[in-house]
Design a protein around this ligand. Structure first.
Ligand code: PEP
Ligand code: MN
Length: 491
C-alpha cells in the first residue's frame, strides 16, 4: 500500500512494509504471551476496541511539545511510580499519596533547576511486567511468574493467564485517571494551599536544616507570587500530570490504538536544518495524494496513556515491540542499558523517529552505578553522531538492584544517588543535557530500598516490604532524592 524505502540506516527493513496497529504480529516477539482461550481474547479485544480513548491527541501533543522543551534544556522531566501497579492500587489513598509526592518532588526540582518540570506518572496502566523466568518460587512452591495484573494475579491460585484481565486493565486505568483528573480539577495541586512537608524523620541536623531551608524558600516564592498577584492566569491552581506505562502487552496497546484527527495546535518541533523532510509513512516521497492528505490530518494514537516506553528486554530493532512503537504519534521512551550496542541505538532512533523530531524519543538510561561512567559517554557520542535530539532521562533504579543475604530484592539509596549524580556530571562534561529522572516510588511508608535519612538497613526491609515486583523508594526517600538533585543543580 505505502511501500517504498528510504534506504534508512537500518538493515531490518521496517520502513519497506506498511505499518498498521497489528503489523507487529508478523515479527518475532520477546516476552510472548500464550492465551489458551482464543475466543475469550477475541471478546476482550472487541470490547476494548469499542471503548473510548482514555487520553486524547490534544493531551498527547501537549506532552510532546513539553518534551521538546526538555530535550532543549528548557524544562526538566520527572517520571515516577510503581514498578508493578496493581489493580488494587486503584483507591483513593494510594492515588492521593502518589499525586502529592510527585507534586512535592516537582516543586523541589523547579526550585533546584529554576525551570518548569514536566510530570509523568507511572500510573493508570502500568500493569504488565517483563520477567526473566517463566516460573518463580512462592511460599516454597514453584509457580508461573507473576506477569502483572493485566495478565495474571499475584496469588498462587491466580497465576493462569486470564484474557478478561485485558478489559479489567482498561477500567482500572480509566478509574485511576478519572480520579487524578478530578483531584487536580478540585485543587489538590493548588499551590495556594499549604503542603505538609513532614521532614521530622531526617535525623541528621545538617540535612534537616538544608531541606527546611529549601522548603522555606519554596514557600516564600509562592507567597511572593500570590502577594504580587502574579497568578492572573490561574497557573498556581493546577498542574499537568501525564500518564505512562511500559508498552509491553501489545494485544492491549493495539486494541487502544486509534486513527484520530491531529489536534490543530500540533506545532511539530522542527528537526535540525540538516535533516531532509521525508514522509512519515513511506520514508521517501509521498505517493498517493489521498494518503498524503490523511497523514496530514490524522495519525495513529495509543489512547491508553500519554507516554509509553519499550523495556530493556523488548527493544530489538527487528522485533515486534519496535515495529509497534514506530507507528504511533505518542512520545515514546526506550530503555538503554549495558547491553545496548551503539549500532542498535542509532538504528532504533532512525526506525522510531525517521523525521528526527525533537522530543519524540526519550532515552531512559539504566546502567548501574558501576557502569554508568564507561557506558553513558559512549552512548551520548553515538546519539550525537546520528543527528537525533533526544530527551536523556536517568533511571538510576534498574541497574542497581541487589539481593540481601537473606535473599530480599532491594536497592541502596546511595547507589541510586550515585548513578544519578554520575549521569548529571557526565552529561554536563559531554556538553549534553540530562533532561530528567525516572524513579520507582510510592507515596506510602514502605521499606523496600535501604538508606536515606531514615537509615533503613537490610534487616529493616521486612517491616513493610510490599512491592510485587521491584523495590520502590518510599515517600521520604523519593522526596530526599529530589532535594539532593535540586541541591546539586543549584550549586
Ligand atoms: C521497569 O521499568 O520496571 C523495567 C522492567 O525496566 P527495564 O526494562 O529497564 O528492565
Ligand atoms: Mn521495575
Amino acid at each position: 500500500m505505502v511501500g517504498t524505502t528510504n534506504g534508512a540506516a537500518n538493515g531490518h527493513d521496517h520502513n519497506s512494509s506498511a505499518w498498521s496497529p497489528s503489523s507487529w504480529r508478523s515479527r518475532p516477539i520477546k516476552q510472548p504471551v500464550t492465551y489458551e482461550d482464543e475466543a475469550a481474547v477475541a471478546k476482550s479485544r472487541s470490547k476494548l476496541q469499542r471503548l473510548p480513548p482514555i487520553v486524547t491527541p490534544y493531551e498527547i501533543w501537549k506532552l510532546r511539545r513539553s518534551l521538546a522543551d526538555v530535550a532543549e534544556g528548557k524544562a526538566f522531566l520527572l517520571q515516577g511510580g510503581d514498578c508493578a501497579e496493581l489493580f488494587d492500587y486503584c483507591n483513593e489513598a494510594a492515588i492521593d499519596s502518589k499525586i502529592k509526592l510527585l507534586l512535592q518532588m516537582s516543586l523541589v526540582l523547579i526550585w533546584g533547576g529554576n525551570k518548569p518540570v514536566v510530570r509523568i506518572a507511572r500510573m493508570a496502566g502500568q500493569y504488565a511486567k517483563p520477567r526473566s523466568s517463566p516460573v518463580e518460587m512462592l511460599d516454597g512452591k514453584q509457580v508461573p511468574s507473576f506477569r502483572g495484573d493485566i495478565l495474571n494475579g499475584y496469588e498462587p491460585d491466580a497465576r493462569d493467564i486470564d484474557p478478561d484481565r485485558l478489559v479489567q486493565a482498561y477500567f482500572h486505568s480509566a478509574a485511576t485517571l478519572n480520579y487524578v483528573r478530578a483531584q487536580i480539577a478540585s485543587g489538590v495541586a493548588d499551590l495556594h494551599n499549604p503542603l505538609d512537608w513532614n521532614l521530622g524523620h531526617v535525623g541528621d541536623e545538617e540535612l534537616q536544616t538544608k531541606y527546611t531551608r529549601i522548603v522555606d524558600s519554596i514557600r516564600e516564592s509562592l507567597q511572593f507570587m500570590k502577594t504580587v498577584g502574579a497568578d492572573t492566569a490561574g497557573q498556581l491552581q493546577t498542574v499537568d500530570l501525564f500518564t505512562s506505562h511500559e508498552g509491553l502487552l501489545l494485544e492491549y496497546e493495539e486494541a487502544l490504538t486509534r486513527k484520530l484527527r491531529h489536534p490543530v495546535n500540533r506545532n511539530v518541533p522542527s528537526p535540525p536544518p540538516s535533516v531532509p523532510k521525508v514522509s512519515p509513512l513511506t520514508g521517501g516521497a509521498f505517493i498517493d495524494p489521498s494518503l498524503k492528505a490523511q497523514a496530514e490530518t490524522h495519525g495513529y494514537y495509543n489512547t491508553s496513556a500519554h507516554f509509553l516506553w519499550v523495556g530493556d528486554r523488548t527493544r530489538q530493532p527487528d522485533h515486534a515491540h519496535i515495529e509497534y512503537f514506530r507507528g504511533i504519534e505518542n512520545p515514546i521512551g526506550i530503555k538503554v542499558g549495558p547491553t545496548t550496542s551503539i549500532e542498535d541505538l542509532a538504528e532504533l532512533l532512525d526506525i522510531v523517529n525517521p523525521r528526527k523530531e525533537v522530543g519524540k524519543v526519550t532515552l531512559i538510561t539504566r546502567y548501574g552505578e558501576g557502569k554508568v561512567n564507561d557506558l553513558l559517554p559512549v552512548h551520548i557520542e553515538a546519539v550525537r553522531k546520528t543527528g537525533h535530539v533526544v530527551v536523556w532521562q536517568c533511571d538510576p533504579m534498574h541497574g542497581n538492584t541487589r539481593s540481601t543475604t537473606s535473599g530480599i530484592k532491594t536497592r541502596s539509596f546511595a547507589s541510586i544517588l550515585s548513578e544519578l549524580s554520575s549521569a548529571l556530571r557526565i552529561h554536563s562534561e559531554c556538553g549534553s543535557i540530562l533532561g530528567g529522572v525516572h524513579l520507582e516510588l510510592t507515596g506510602d511508608a514502605v521499606t523496600e530500598c535501604t538508606g536515606g535519612s531514615q537509615g533503613l538497613q537490610d534487616e529493616d526491609l521486612g517491616e513493610r516490604y510490599e512491592t510485587f515486583c521491584d523495590p520502590r523508594l518510599n515517600e521520604k526517600q523519593a522526596l530526599e532524592m529530589a532535594f539532593l538533585v535540586a541541591g546539586s543543580q543549584r550549586v
